[in-house]
Design a binder for this molecule. Sequence first.
Ligand SMILES: [Zn+2]
Ligand SMILES: [Zn+2]
Length: 172
Amino acid sequence: MNINKMQTTHPYKNKSNNMESLSLAHAKEILTDYLETSDLRKTPERYAVLKAIYSFEGHFKIEELGKMLEENNFRVSRATLYNTMKLFLQLRLVMQHRVQGKTWYEAKTSQSNHCHQICTVCGKVTEIELPEVIAALNRAKLSRFRKDGFALYIYGTCSSCQAKITRRKNMK
Ligand SMILES: [Zn+2]
Ligand SMILES: [Zn+2]
């Protein structure tokens, strides 16, 4: 890859707000660069997993990823799947959220700077648009630090868990 290409496609440098924007094409490029420079094999499994990750809208569990791959007639062992996710986390192609003992993932996309609502009862992760919060964080002056992105968590109880709790209370 030549230097010019790298500058225009680097995920952290092509956005006016200097935050990341990563499409599947960019993600593939980062993976290929890594595999080539590390003398690792460009196995079709790794690319199939990456494609599946980027086809999810929002958050998913690793079991759902496995199912999605199976549905596309791509069988990968659990070990391969976990190792691949570990690599993608290292390359920052995927984000990991650990909530209430459950692990959720999501692709790093242009929507990667967003706010999460975490239900502390069932562990469900949903996203919420809080443009004023995002804007404040983008403006924030950091101390000797260049930010690449952020994830925000708001903890609470989701509506279905609230309903269950209310029902249980009413039964007493
Ligand atoms: Zn998210
Ligand atoms: Zn809940």
